[in-house]
Design a protein around this ligand. Structure first.
Ligand code: CA
Length: 365
């Protein structure tokens, strides 16, 4: 009889313990993975249910945890508003209403300004560089320190890769063209453009098409071709500009209630951690492939005008962006330590990227 048949027959942990040749209590404390006890967690997310790549990424993570654990830990995913509203995910996981949450750290900037360094910074790190900082450059330790007072344990669980600069109803040929432009762009990117004369608005994703289509706004950033095509933004605006200087590699986070995590046996803790890393890698692959296909559709089937921002405009934006990021670093002592770590790493890794990715991609042409 196979082991799973024994579980199915309801013999449970005691039977498995005796099969393994030890008392049940010994087995559970020494190996930590003999118990057949099944746990069910809730994951609240900041995404609408099944939202392309991001919401489906959260579902992928839940499925991966269930599969890797052989069903010992299953996770039910709740879209934004199904259990708690999008912007209450942080508090809900902190309070233990749900054991996990999926979102992005810059949503919590009102509470923790320095959290923005763990999602995306204008002219900051790419997805690949960000992984380097988090896992080998001290970033993850700092992130854990920031979330610890809230009883939360953060994990990297996704990345959008480089986004586009957005969809515009007028041409941007100079910095002067930014003046008076009504644009939806949240976060640090929005603050940068505000200082260059843009009237910055924050509109929920679901209302973007309408706002752009009826002229409430002149421009909006969103994600990239895959998500933008799904929203039909090409039907509401003439020009799509690149690159997404404001979000060069936005990290998606999985936050776990620390007490719930500590109560897991060690192997399930490792499974949660591993599932987050697999989800991150999977999302980078998905965005890369799907953005490519969507870009071709936008160009070839819809005739979208996709063009680069002028160098002069990008240089002006960059001048302001560095100031805005350093101001966040001055908010408090922890923010200062994170800014220092992030900036030092970025300046260093940029030298390697220059002779590796950048040099190679230029050569590939
Ligand atoms: Ca965006």
């Amino acid at each position: 009889m196979k082991r799973r048949d024994l579980i199915g027959a309801g013999l449970g942990a005691a039977a498995l313990g005796s099969l393994a040749g030890c008392k049940q209590s010994d087995c559970e404390t020494t190996t930590g993975h003999v118990s057949s006890k099944k746990l069910q967690w809730k994951m609240v997310t900041t995404w609408p249910p099944n939202f392309p790549a991001l919401g489906t990424g959260a579902t992928f993570l839940a499925d991966m945890i269930s599969r890797l654990s052989g069903g010992r830990l299953t996770v039910k995913v709740y879209g934004a508003g199904e259990l708690v509203p999008a912007f209450e995910v942080f508090d809900a996981v902190s309070a233990g209403t749900a054991q996990m949450g999926h979102g992005s750290a810059y949503y919590w900037k009102g509470k923790i300004p320095e959290a923005q360094f763990f999602s995306s910074v204008p002219f900051g790190l790419t997805a690949q560089e960000m992984s380097g900082w988090l896992y080998f450059g001290g970033g993850m330790e700092l992130w854990r320190e920031v979330y610890a007072p809230y009883g939360l344990l953060p994990f990297d669980a996704g990345n959008t890769t480089v986004q586009t600069a957005g969809w515009f109803n007028k041409e941007i040929n100079s910095v002067a063209d930014l003046k008076g432009l009504k644009m939806r762009i949240p976060g640090l990117g929005g603050e940068v453009l505000r200082r260059l004369g843009v009237t910055v608005q924050n509109i929920p994703g679901g209302e973007l098409f309408q706002a752009l289509n009826d002229g409430t706004i002149d421009a909006t950033e969103w994600v990239g071709p895959y998500n933008d095509l799904a929203f039909g933004l090409h039907k509401a605006a003439k020009y799509c500009y690149y690159p997404g200087w404001h979000e060069p590699g936005s990290v998606l986070e999985c936050m776990v209630n620390k007490q719930a995590f500590d109560e897991l046996p060690e192997d399930l803790q490792a499974i949660v951690e591993a599932a987050c890393r697999v989800t991150s890698q999977n999302m980078v692959a998905e965005f890369t492939a799907r953005n490519d296909r969507a870009l071709q559709t936008l160009r070839n089937e819809h005739g979208a005008d996709i063009r680069p921002l002028p160098v002069e405009v990008l240089e002006a934006i960059k001048g302001v962006a560095d100031t805005v990021a350093s101001e966040v670093g001055q908010t408090n002592a922890m923010a200062g330590r994170i800014f220092e770590s992030y900036s030092t790493y970025r300046d260093g890794v940029d030298q390697w990227t220059a002779i590796a990715e950048r040099a190679f991609l230029n050569a590939r042409g």
